[in-house]
Ligand binder design. Structure first.
Ligand SMILES: Cc1cc2nc3c(=O)[nH]c(=O)nc-3n(C[C@H](O)[C@H](O)[C@H](O)COP(=O)(O)OP(=O)(O)OC[C@H]3O[C@@H](n4cnc5c(N)ncnc54)[C@H](O)[C@@H]3O)c2cc1C
Length: 433
């Protein structure tokens, strides 16, 4: 393959996450001169496999290939001969606030309430009225509902909606939150961690880590990118900064971004999903499940867990906290977070369970290179804003990243596909002066 539009271009890509590297590989393969500038001392961005426990690589960011059928990441996984593991949502066990396991009748009540909530949301969507998700289902969580129904509803809203979209039910748009598309088939994860795909994509690329971009001047045909260490020039620049970083205004654009883009950046939501891995000397929970669910007293607190016993034969539990609870938890110390997680596990499995031998904790909202976990459709935003965010400016400043994907925002495949889309735009673009 050769560069389109007649000539080889000098291209700078800002961010060595999945979208940036997917674009870089494509453009490098077409013969363009590509440099990738990354603020961190590592590549991968919101894909980050920790090697802290030498025998067990663990993902602090993305873990799963969501929906394996037709998912482009499966092609990359096959090309690099990655070993994949499987977890299944069907293999779960659920516990009440008291720690008692759900009875069959309670399982059915949960399913029925879940269906009613989904129906109510669909009804609001067909009525075309947009409110925060919490308001759409207020009757089940408001003061009028019996305490156990309200508790169960809050649990469903947290585990089925907030954990998936990372946005708070106070902010998720009822009309648009689920405007994304998904691939069929189950979920798979990388036995050696998601980083294997990043390392595979990054091979042979000119990647400069430790370069935090401060300013992008796109006023003339030669673009200037200033990092805290140097200045670079290029014919084209691809911006893959996370929505949270764009929101914070950490990078100055000269001239300023047009109003449409500014509005998209302001209105789209940046959600939070955090992880807490706990390693134990032995498993004290059922070994035949992947997911452990708990109806917490405090909305969203430790309501979802993944066991690594079935998939990886390791006595490790991963507890999640999303949205408002995810943000609140970040302010605690590691010791306080582990103590809080252990309180929940003791409620379920009793006071005699062993202490963890190790822990690993993420704080994505406070990460200056992410400022959140992934984007969601907040009340006041529309999917069309993602298209505006993705739109090139004067055929020299281009945009990619999960938040620019209308169909697959918040996912690795969304990030990857946005990088491929941007590479195509950049290759075929002729500067408009
Ligand atoms: C906890 C968590 C769990 C997730 N789970 C899944 C999952 O299971 N499956 C799934 O499909 N998706 C999941 N995701 C979402 C997925 O990780 C992201 O959608 C995807 O990795 C985003 O890629 P990106 O290229 O758009 O952004 P990023 O990976 O964030 O890349 C942007 C890059 O820009 C860099 N950068 C930022 N500021 C600057 C600057 N000023 N100068 C230079 N460089 C800068 C960053 O360091 C980063 O490397 C998860 C995310 C999180 C946080």
């Amino acid at each position: 393959m050769r560069a389109a539009a007649g000539r080889k271009k000098r291209i700078l890509i800002i961010g060595a996450g999945f979208s940036g590297l997917a674009a870089a590989r494509q453009l490098h393969g077409l013969g363009h001169e590509v440099q990738v500038l990354e603020g961190r001392q590592r590549s991968g961005g919101r894909i980050h496999t920790s090697r802290e426990w030498a025998d067990l690589p663990l993902d602090h960011g993305a873990t799963w290939i969501h929906g394996v059928r037709g998912n482009p990441i499966m092609r990359e996984a096959a090309a690099l001969k990655a070993r994949l593991l499987e977890t299944r949502y069907e293999d779960y066990v659920a516990y009440q606030t008291s720690g008692r396991r759900f009875t069959l009748a309670e399982e059915q009540a949960r399913e029925s309430l879940g269906d009613q909530i989904a129906k109510k949301i669909r009804k609001e969507q067909s009525a075309g009225r947009d409110v925060a998700l919490r308001d759409a289902v207020e009757e089940w969580i408001g003061p009028g509902a019996p305490a156990d129904t309200a508790g169960l509803a809050r649990f469903i809203l947290s585990s089925d909606y907030e954990q998936e979209y990372a946005g708070s039910i106070n902010e998720l748009s009822t009309y648009w939150f689920d405007s994304d598309k998904s691939f069929g088939g189950g979920d798979k994860l990388f036995a050696e961690g998601y980083q294997v795909v990043i390392d595979y994509l990054a091979q042979g690329l000119d990647l400069k880590t430790g370069h935090t971009v401060r300013a992008i001047d796109w006023s003339g045909p030669v673009l200037r990118v200033t990092t805290d260490a140097a200045e670079f020039t290029a014919d084209q620049v691809l911006v893959t900064l996370p929505l949270g970083v764009l929101k914070a205004g950490d990078v100055a654009f000269h001239p300023a971004l047009p109003d449409g883009k500014k509005q998209a950046i302001e209105r789209l939501g940046m959600g939070v999903l955090n992880k807490c891995y706990l390693r134990f000397p032995r498993a004290f929970w059922p070994e035949d499940v992947d997911w452990i669910e708990f109806v917490p007293e405090v909305h969203g607190k430790w309501s979802q867990w993944v066991s690594f016993m079935k998939a990886a034969r390791q006595p490790v539990l991963l507890g999640f906290n999303a949205a408002d609870e995810g943000r609140a938890m970040e302010l605690l110390t590691d010791g306080q977070i582990v103590a809080s997680a252990m309180e929940t596990l003791r409620t379920i499995y009793g006071s005699k369970i062993p202490e963890p031998t190790g822990h690993q904790i993420t704080r994505w909202a406070n990460d200056p290179f992410a400022r959140g976990s992934y984007s969601f459709n907040a009340l006041g935003s529309t999917p069309a804003m993602r298209k505006v965010l993705a739109k090139p400016l004067q055929n020299r400043l281009f945009f990619a990243g999960e938040a620019t994907s209308t169909a697959h925002f918040g996912t690795t495949h969304g990030a990857y596909l946005s990088g491929i889309r941007a590479a195509r735009e950049m290759d075929s673009a002729r500067s408009t002066g």
